[in-house]
Write a protein that binds this ligand. Structure first.
Ligand code: BGC
Ligand code: CA
Length: 401
């Protein structure tokens, strides 16, 4: 009799725990894809021409955010890095002695807010910015070097679109640089690039004029090494570690059920429940639902602080419940995303107990990315990096159900 009672009791306990489990599963599965956390990163949903932020995409649900970096501030940092360098130079910087500092510019992607901000920052610093949204329109600037005023002329600026249509293309930069040297010769006193991939591409040109200063952007590992080796003059760090942890931390917070300001402060500007916090400065802009990292200039004085493998010690292994995130990358061949961003994501995701599934596109057709944005029910949250900055609606359309 006693045995029967024990067995009945055990059965009851088992049934109730099975029921509870079933209940939890049922509760979890009723989170529709349209209500799941979503972070756009690196390519801010925006109009490629006007740069206006696509707030319809940003307001998709209460759990939609953007994570990037201070693009305008970064343009200014890059501009200052360049003018500081020029102002410390001597008269030999003017290679042909014509009183003009001539430079060429690798623009990257004319429809990308980061690219636009850098072009503007550089041109404003050099006085060649004429206020136009047309990337080809410039004016003559001026700068004082060793007590003498020089004119500054942008000899040519080029978007750098690959033969396959992809943007920020390093091979296109190698080719353009070769052409520029042939066309402008010693009129070129300086080369400026809106990213490191294209800057390193320029240095690959067989006729690159040795010793001509060249500036990039991103602080990719190979660019930092090139600064150490005296080939690259400077670059700007957009703090990829802060952005990668920011993207993951915002998702983590949303998945942990945090709301309001906790979503973009916990683990970011103040410790989260696991004791984690990003060390680098980041700020939140409510108007665009965006979290932004700050930039810093890198040159021969401080490059050793930016060598590969410097990870944020403020992020440690957590005991957070495991979650699955589907993350898209617009172009598997993008230097910054593949050599800086993705390794950072792969480092931090396991610490936050996030299992990432990464799908990558070809950088030219949205379909190359979008077609892999599938099996959406299998994921707890999404992180999106689009081919075209105005494609937000195409991704959201797939999350409707
Ligand atoms: C980076 C570029 C990169 C682009 C991709 C920018 O923030 O500086 O190097 O190609 O993002 O979206
Ligand atoms: Ca000159």
């Amino acid at each position: 009799m006693k045995k029967t009672l024990v067995a009945l009791f055990a059965l009851a306990v088992l049934c109730s725990s099975l029921f509870a489990q079933g209940g939890t599963e049922a509760a979890a599965s009723i989170t529709l894809n349209k209500d799941k956390p979503l972070v756009f990163f690196n390519r801010q949903p925006s109009d490629p021409v006007s740069g206006e932020i696509d707030m319809a995409s940003m307001n998709w649900n209460d759990s939609t955010y953007y994570v990037g970096f201070n693009a305008a501030g970064g343009g200014a940092v890059q501009g200052k890095l360049i003018t500081d360098y020029l102002q410390a130079a001597d008269a030999s910087i003017d290679r042909n002695g014509d009183g003009i500092i001539g430079y060429v510019l690798c623009i990257g992607d004319v429809g990308h807010n980061d690219s636009k901000a850098r072009t503007e920052g550089i041109r404003k610093a050099l006085g060649t910015w004429n206020g136009s949204t047309d990337p080809t329109v410039v004016k003559e600037g001026s700068i004082e070097i060793a007590g003498k005023t020089y004119k500054v002329v942008e000899l040519e600026g080029k978007a750098m679109t690959g033969t396959d249509g992809s943007t920020w293309n390093a091979n296109a930069a190698t080719e353009a640089m070769g052409g520029w040297v042939t066309k402008f010769g010693t009129q070129i006193d300086m080369v400026v690039s809106n990213n490191d991939g294209m800057a390193m591409g320029c240095l690959q040109a067989s006729n690159y004029p040795a010793g001509v200063p060249i500036f990039g952007y991103d602080a990719n590992a190979d660019a930092i090494d090139a600064i150490g080796a005296g080939q690259l003059t400077g670059t700007v760090s957009q703090n990829v570690d802060a952005q990668a942890t920011g993207t993951l931390q915002v998702l983590r917070n949303l998945l942990d059920g945090l709301t309001g300001a906790d979503v973009y402060t916990k683990g970011i500007t103040e410790p989260d429940q696991y004791g984690n916090k990003i060390s680098a400065p980041v700020y939140y802009d409510a108007a665009v639902k965006g979290l932004f990292a700050e930039n810093s200039g890198v040159n021969s004085d401080n490059w050793t602080q930016y060598t590969a493998g410097t990870r944020d010690a403020g992020i440690k292994q957590t005991t957070a419940p495991a979650k699955k995130v589907l993350l898209t990358i617009y172009n598997a061949g993008d230097n910054f995303l593949s050599s800086s961003y993705l390794p950072a994501l792969n480092y931090y995701a396991p610490l936050l107990n996030i299992e990432l599934t990464v799908v990558q596109g070809d950088g030219q057709n949205e379909a190359s990315c979008l077609d892999k944005f599938t099996n959406l029910n299998n994921f707890d949250a999404y992180a999106i990096n689009m081919v075209k900055t105005n494609s937000g609606a195409d991704y959201l359309d797939k999350l409707k159900y």
